[in-house]
Ligand binder design. Sequence first.
Ligand SMILES: Nc1ncnc2c1ncn2[C@@H]1O[C@H](COP(=O)(O)OP(=O)(O)OP(=O)(O)O)[C@@H](O)[C@H]1O
Ligand SMILES: [Mg+2]
Length: 273
Amino acid sequence: MSTQETLGFSGGASAAGGHLAQAGVDLSHGPILYLEDISVSFDGFLALNKLNLTVDAGELRCIIGPNGAGKTTMMDVVTGKTRPTSGSAFFGQSIDLTRLSEAQIADGGIGRKFQKPTVFENHTVFENLELAMKMDKGVWASLRARLTGEQGDRIGMMLEKIQLREQAGRQAGTLSHGQKQWLEIGMLLMQEPRLLLLDEPVAGMTDEETERTAELFLGLAGERSVVVVEHDMEFIARIAAVVTVMHEGSVLAEGPLHRVRNDERVIEVYLGR
Ligand SMILES: Nc1ncnc2c1ncn2[C@@H]1O[C@H](COP(=O)(O)OP(=O)(O)OP(=O)(O)O)[C@@H](O)[C@H]1O
Ligand SMILES: [Mg+2]
């Protein structure tokens, strides 16, 4: 989990420069994430096969592709869960992700959300955000420590952003599936990641929840870099500027949605006719 020491607490785009300096992420040449020729072999099976992917700072990128294309494996490589068999992976200009542990990568500013929501069900929505902000101190110490005014304001702003202000005092376990997803996204954002990786965030959401999630993500663009893996094409159409299509461990196509959507190879392997 991220610590106060590495990331600091002031929020918003204006503080981004200071955070980057503190976290040591050099973005002077643009990309926040740079994967080159990444391969991952599971007993000879290439889950990733010379994958090349570049994501710019502040970008909201969508990754699509058929089941088994390697989308989740790509996130596993970026977060240090899986080591690539070959290739290079950089966070900013100079942080070599292949040399860091999962904990170091999380502390360094890469947040990740798995498909299933993981919140503290027996704590309130407010407490969940509070815990996320102070995770390094342990659950009980964190809940006992008094909030500073600034910390309270940050939680208030996050409740607004994830549209859970009215549910602040409710036990997280009683929230709808969609609300739990937002809470978890809020918890990740409390850690102020530079890069956020989200694996199928709208799976299982109602249409209305999906629409609100699109608004939430659009509001993050520019402030943070976000990589979203999704199968929901309507959702992608709503949020994506650039879409990367993965297939058999590599990039099959990349560009604006209207272009990749009409790409014969993409229609063939993924979208169907
Ligand atoms: N730990 C592992 N050991 C062996 N094979 C694995 C492992 N993890 C993933 N694979 C295989 O690698 C391939 C890519 O899997 P991955 O989960 O990255 O696909 P995906 O694009 O996320 O698919 P989905 O859309 O279904 O989530 C699959 O064939 C999968 O079975
Ligand atoms: Mg997956």
